[in-house]
Write a protein that binds this ligand. Sequence first.
Ligand SMILES: NC(=O)c1ccc[n+]([C@@H]2O[C@H](COP(=O)([O-])OP(=O)(O)OC[C@H]3O[C@@H](n4cnc5c(N)ncnc54)[C@H](OP(=O)(O)O)[C@@H]3O)[C@@H](O)[C@H]2O)c1
Length: 278
Amino acid sequence: MEKEDILYTGASPTSLVGSRVAELLPGNTPSHAELDILNPDTFKEFNPKVLVHFAAATNVNACEMNTDNARQLNVVGTKNLVDYFGRRGVKIIYISTDYVFDGTAGPYDENAVPNPINVYGRTKLEGEEAVLSHCDNAAVVRIAFPYRLSGPKSDTLRWMITSIMEGKEIPVFDNLRANFTFIDDIARALKILIDQDFKGVIHVTGDEIYTVYEVAMTVVDILGENFAKYVRPKHFEVSDGVAPRPLNGGLVSRYRSSLGIKMTPLEENIRRIIESQR
Ligand SMILES: NC(=O)c1ccc[n+]([C@@H]2O[C@H](COP(=O)([O-])OP(=O)(O)OC[C@H]3O[C@@H](n4cnc5c(N)ncnc54)[C@H](OP(=O)(O)O)[C@@H]3O)[C@@H](O)[C@H]2O)c1
């Protein structure tokens, strides 16, 4: 696949996931203004073979407060892309989330029935449905808690590591279980999925399913017991301005290993991030 064959939405330099994926799997990365998913007039400039769709309203609490914006970006924007590019036979890869599940009985594989409990999850699921029901060759790639080793936009893992190393006490949820996922692994997985023309839903998440507190304590194990005082376990609770979360979540996959998709151990990357910040 040549660079010009892959088109990304939502891979601007300040984005968390798309910007790093596009470094490892080169493609066309138009800015928000050059390719606005809410303005189909901007689509005409592009003629890809594969569209990898990252652009979304991603702030879970903001989605809960501003349902219209979440629906516009996650549903209407996705439908616009499906109408234009899907109709032209472009393979669409939609990046989705573990938040399509309710977190009552995780971990979930690709056959589990989604039941989102917040606006973000509901609108992302509607985006999935728009893609899968209108494009025969589409793929939905569900990821969770993406992190990278460096980059302008922080993520939960780097926030925890930096805070603990700087001696700032942080509250971390001890009742929210999920997989942290290395974005470099997502990029390598996308290459495999494109090369093998994967169709349907696949979960691409780290192998370990831990509470956020357990991940923070892995950081402490590496740094030394004297850093434990900076980790304050906290129960996640819904309150004003805070959207419900799937607590007992986590994703597993029926297909990943047979496709040759491998994930880097979380502890190895925690060590690399710590080393890079010493
Ligand atoms: N981050 C997570 O924890 C997480 C977890 C699971 C799944 N995901 C999924 O992974 C994907 C990427 O997430 P992310 O965290 O990397 O997102 P992000 O950092 O919030 O970046 C979102 C991107 O979308 C662009 N965008 C916003 N509105 C647009 C529009 N109307 N037209 C075109 N582009 C637009 C933004 O560009 P500007 O900044 O220039 O506006 C930005 O490049 C999303 O689909 C998300 O649902 C994320």
